[in-house]
Design a protein around this ligand. Structure first.
Ligand code: FAD
Length: 149
């Protein structure tokens, strides 16, 4: 099992050093919930593609760290942030760089990658007269499609 330092090096090799945040000042906005939850994290990792996301997750599992999936972190239930101290190091995988909204067929269905926002979905669906599940508060503050699901 890799050490914390070994895991951080592995994560940097996958997503680039700039997308592995470890300084408290850099991680705090991601590690603090909109309404509930806050706590120390080993790192916030920002993959740019589903493949990078998979490789980051696999590295975290191999290192036996706790993983929290996070999108725009606007959720109100505390699910996207830590809550106090845990028995193992914790890594937040923030997906907001993983963009992509793909209509299937004539728009009966849509594939939204993990960082696609409600606002982007609204823009893609508008020409075909459809709407995302939420077009009220959450779309205005940059929430993702997946975070709502
Ligand atoms: C001012 C304000 C207004 C709001 N208005 C609305 C509204 O009008 N309608 C509404 O429905 N909600 C609203 N909300 C709540 C919030 O915006 C929604 O719940 C939003 O959909 C959360 O999306 P997010 O991208 O921020 O997800 P996050 O907060 O990042 O995550 C939400 C949950 O999804 C999980 N998650 C995220 N990504 C993944 C992934 N790739 N795989 C697995 N799990 C994942 C997280 O672990 C967490 O448990 C509002 C919140 C605020 C602060």
């Amino acid at each position: 099992m890799p050490s914390n330092g070994g895991l951080l090096r592995e994560l940097a090799a996958i997503v680039g050093k700039a997308n592995v945040l470890t300084q408290d000042s850099a991680t705090r906005p991601y590690a603090t919930g909109y309404r509930y939850g806050a706590g120390p994290v080993l790192a916030v990792v920002r993959p740019a593609s589903p493949l990078e996301q998979f490789r980051v997750f696999a590295a975290c599992v191999a290192a036996d760290v706790i993983v929290i999936a996070q999108a725009a972190n606007t959720g109100l239930t505390g699910g996207s942030t830590p809550d106090g101290l845990y028995d193992r190091p914790l890594v937040i995988i923030n997906t907001m760089r993983i963009k992509g909204v793909h209509l299937l067929g004539a728009g009966e269905q849509v594939v939204c990658l993990a960082g696609a926002t409600l606002y982007e979905l609204e823009r893609v669906l508008s020409p075909i007269g459809r709407e995302p599940p939420s077009v009220i508060g959450s779309s205005c503050i940059g929430a993702s499609v997946i975070g709502g699901v």
